[in-house]
Design a protein around this ligand. Structure first.
Ligand code: SF4
Length: 252
């Protein structure tokens, strides 16, 4: 049986790749829900509801929990998924499905938004983003995670995989959603990279690397590197203030 929390989750995999120490540091820390993460969760429930059970959307809408924007963007993303599925009549649609990379590590699993499984054709991985900052599908570790999991589950019986960012707030120059497509062989070439990232997280348990990925790290309030950076920044600000005072003193 799968554990509820994945140490090597799909959504956190970019952070795992970039900051190996973040895995150990995050262990045992509670998941704190911010306004943005609550909004994202609700937006995903709306999409799932439109695709699977519209009564969920109605219920939450009646309670005033979801906004018109969430419904409109959810509808746009759902239309794209269903339209794509419509031209692939022999395909299977996966919605909010568990994806496991147990062939790489038993604690590597996650939940994908949607996938269209077109046997012997293209595997479509569709990830819904509600935020305003564009999320590129290119070499996106979260998307690759889902693609590897679903392709492995179906014995790699695809010619290629297309990974989509469904982000209604940010579409491409032509108004369409953005995707990244690779062959199944290229997808398989990422297996050793995933293995290496997990190995590094298990061995380099105190190696921290800062970056944009820190924003989603639940250990950021206890991170030694963050504390050091804050101290250095405070020292720099103090030194700058001192030198300004010296200049002013000399001037007057
Ligand atoms: S806050 Fe950033 S540097 Fe610190 S553990 Fe998390 S990801 Fe790594």
């Amino acid at each position: 049986m799968m554990k509820k929390h994945s140490r090597f989750s799909a959504s956190g995999f970019e952070r795992i790749v970039k900051c190996p120490g973040s895995v150990s540091l995050s262990e045992g820390l509670p998941d704190k829900e911010s306004a943005a993460s609550r909004e994202g969760t609700l937006a995903h429930e709306v999409l799932e509801g439109i695709l699977k059970d519209p009564s969920i959307v109605l219920l939450k809408r009646n309670k005033g929990e979801i906004t018109d924007e969430m419904v409109e963007y959810g509808r746009q993303a759902a239309n794209h998924i269903l339209k794509l599925r419509g031209v692939l009549p022999n395909s299977d649609l996966m919605i909010e499905s568990k994806v496991s990379l147990s062939f790489i590590h038993p604690e590597a699993f996650g939940t994908l938004d949607a996938a269209i499984v077109d046997y012997f054709g293209t595997l479509h991985i569709l990830d819904y983003k509600f935020g305003k900052s564009f999320v590129s599908p290119y070499e996106n570790w979260q998307f690759l995670f889902y693609a590897l999991g679903v392709a492995h589950q179906h014995q790699w019986n695809f010619s290629k995989v297309r990974m989509w960012t469904l982000q209604p707030r940010v579409t491409g120059f032509d108004g369409n959603y953005t995707f990244w497509e690779i062959s199944i062989d290229e997808l398989k070439s990422y297996i050793p990279k995933f293995e290496r990232a997990i190995r590094r997280a298990e061995t380099l348990t105190t190696t921290y690397v800062e970056g944009d990925h820190c924003f989603f790290c639940k250990a950021r309030n206890v991170c030694p590197l963050k504390a050091e950076t804050k101290l250095l920044d405070a020292k720099k600000a103090f030194d700058k203030k001192l030198s300004t005072m010296e200049i002013e003193e000399n001037f007057y």
